[in-house]
Design a protein around this ligand. Structure first.
Ligand code: AGP
Length: 614
């Protein structure tokens, strides 16, 4: 989704902003632009298409100065075009801004401003903001106050960054609600601003996160944070340890491929430091702030998330209910926020989110908090909003995930949820010492098992070659591997544009079976888990209707080998951890089909890495 970068300091802002935008390309966008104050005047370059288009534009018509802002746009109001691309300039030519989010009342504001004489040059909702700022500047002449006044008219969630040629010593930014983050990077004699940390980490690790309803006034010398009423607010500077180099593709063709292969490391990191071997293999999740009393008082856990993260939550439900015997409901965040859920102080709302900035997930968290639930989150991006508003959190330890299709940020939370279930089981007394030791010992095998799945990539790639022309695909799973079917189907559809559906296998006979023929492969997740026998009969039902069956099965399973058309083998994995190994061949299958179709795997059409609008 839209990305923002800003710079003020002694260097030429143009290359700094272009490099920052490049780091945000993974978020998905359709146009890009920048504005620089050059010789006291605002100069804009912007165009539709990839960042390389903007780079060429800047090469043909250079622009330079010590202060500027840039943006990658993911269209919401108005088609992707040069005139709708940000930054948006006001009528005086003195103010320019970039915006993430949606101005929900933009139609009425546009009418109001037009009646006052404002002329609009784009179809965007964002442009009303610059006209509003100009309205107030014309009366009191101060950028910060004009911005504060303008903000009071906006409905919806926003991240806004603006500069003025009349006050070229500052960048003014604001965060209202959850339309992505606004982070300020404190450099040496220079300052950076961005929607996401990867844009500025190569310059500084000293980061300040803007909270909702706050305004940042950024100068070369430092930062002031104000409330919307103008009061100065104290802030904390966080030190961030992410390595920007890990956001490079290295030897891999795509980030997604790299991230699939990083799973051995990310699973190892996820586990490491969290098992206390001196204390009977107990689990340590200190950031959760969980006491024995609270663990015993929990009556219900709602897991809320979107997309892939929601699939991880579905596995979590099986784990927590089985190990800790706490009732768990999994809610798609965009539904939870509007369905008036029954929540009280003995309820935990657990959000799972790679980015920690997904608007629907944050809104669901706020709804849970309003109703008195304790908020927990499992989040990959350190310092993200979801992490900050939680009463306790587990960090995924996956490192930055750049590919839009989530892979390592799916398997890491599976392990986090497994560890959480053990910890809860321990504290609630549903798990004896011996069972806990067995569960923890199983966990230690996981990175190696994941590695053995990755070793079979060549076989998966061969199968992908046979499947590149299919138009539809059905994925079936049951029990703890039902979400694996959903996730396998999501991976295929989002990057290869092949229609794929994930279904609980037992539901096949209630409808989808009508679709089965030679043209529609059926991917059946059938490892040796407690649902194995049941899955076997699903395979027979599909075969009896002429279906082509691709089975994900445990090494050495001759019965499956005899009946399925193709088998993707996985090593024997304890069943509670099996969703980690069964999903890896499906990630690789989706990847190789999309790559062989020549598609933009890392930035599939219409998708964004973190979805910061409703
Ligand atoms: C995953 O492949 C998707 N692109 C998408 O479903 C994603 O998981 C979802 O948007 C949630 O994102 P989050 O984890 O950042 O909250």
């Amino acid at each position: 989704m839209c990305g923002i970068v800003g710079y003020i300091g002694p260097r030429d802002a143009t290359p700094v902003i272009l490099a920052g935008l490049k780091r945000l390309e993974y978020r998905g966008y359709d146009s890009a632009g920048l504005a620089i104050i050059e010789d006291g005047r605002i100069k804009i370059r912007r165009d539709v298409g990839k960042l390389s288009q903007l780079e060429s534009l800047v090469e043909e018509s250079p622009v330079s100065g010590n202060i500027g802002i840039g943006h990658t746009r993911w269209a919401t109001h108005g088609e992707p075009s040069a005139r709708n691309a940000h930054p948006h300039l006001g009528m005086t030519g003195d103010i320019v801004l970039v915006h993430n989010g949606i101005v929900e009342n933009y139609m009425e504001l546009r009418e109001e401003l037009s009646a006052e004489g404002a002329v609009f040059n784009s179809e965007t909702d964002s442009e009303v903001i610059v006209h509003l700022v100009e309205r107030y500047l014309s009366t009191n002449g101060n950028l910060v106050d004009a911005a504060r006044n303008a903000l009071s008219h906006l409905r919806g969630a926003h991240g806004i960054v603006m500069i003025s040629s009349k006050e070229p010593d500052k960048i003014v930014a604001a965060r209202i609600g959850n339309a992505g983050g606004v982070v300020v990077g404190m450099g040496e004699g220079e300052m950076h601003i961005a929607s996401d940390m990867p844009a500025i980490l190569e310059h500084t690790r000293k980061i300040v996160f803007l909270e909702s309803q706050q305004i940042a006034v950024v100068t070369r010398q430092g930062l002031d944070i104000l409330a919307l009423d103008g009061r100065t607010i104290d802030y904390q500077v966080s030190s961030v340890s992410w390595d920007p180099v890990s956001a490079e593709k290295g030897e891999f063709k795509h980030f997604m491929e790299k991230e699939i292969h990083e799973q051995v490391r990310s699973l190892t990191e996820t586990i490491s430091g969290r098992i206390d071997f001196r204390n009977g293999h107990s689990i340590r999740l200190p950031e959760l702030n969980l006491t024995q009393k609270f663990a015993q008082d929990i009556r219900k856990i709602f897991i809320t998330a979107c997309g892939t993260a929601a699939h991880a939550g579905m596995v979590g439900k099986v784990l927590i209910e089985h190990i800790a015997r706490i009732p768990v409901e999994v809610d798609i965040a965009s539904e939870f926020r509007y369905r008036d859920p029954i929540v009280d102080e003995n309820t935990v709302l657990l959000a799972v989110s790679q980015s920690g900035e997904t608007a629907d997930t944050l809104a669901a968290m706020e709804e849970g908090q309003r109703k008195g639930a304790t908020l927990w989150s499992i989040v990959n991006v350190i310092g993200s909003q979801a992490m900050r508003i939680s009463d306790g959190y587990i960090s995924m330890q996956s490192g930055p995930e750049i590919g839009v299709a989530s892979t390592k940020a799916y398997t890491a939370p599976l392990v986090d949820l497994y560890m959480l279930a053990i910890l809860l089981g321990d504290l609630r007394g549903t798990l004896d010492r011996k069972s806990r030791q067995k569960l923890v010992d199983d966990l230690r095998l996981l990175p190696d098992l994941a590695g053995r799945c990755l070793d079979r990539e060549a076989e998966v790639e061969r199968l992908a070659r046979e499947l590149i022309h299919v138009n539809h695909c059905l994925y079936l799973g049951r029990g703890i591997n039902m979400p694996t079917a959903y996730e396998g189907a999501l991976k295929l559809k989002e990057i290869s544009y092949i229609h794929a559906e994930g279904y609980p296998a037992g539901e096949m006979k209630h409808g989808p079976i009508a679709l089965i023929d030679r043209e529609m492969p059926v991917v059946v997740i059938a490892p040796r888990d407690p649902w194995y026998e049941k899955m076997f009969s699903q395979i027979e039902q599909a075969k009896a209707r002429g279906g082509v069956v691709i089975a994900v099965a445990t090494d050495g399973d001759q019965t499956i080998a005899d009946i399925a058309d193709h088998v993707l083998w996985v090593p024997h994995t304890p069943w509670l951890l099996s969703p980690v190994t069964t999903v890896i061949p499906l990630q690789m299958l989706a990847y190789h089909i999309a790559a062989q179709r020549g598609l933009d795997v890392d930035q599939p059409r219409n998708l964004a890495k973190s979805v910061t609008v409703e």
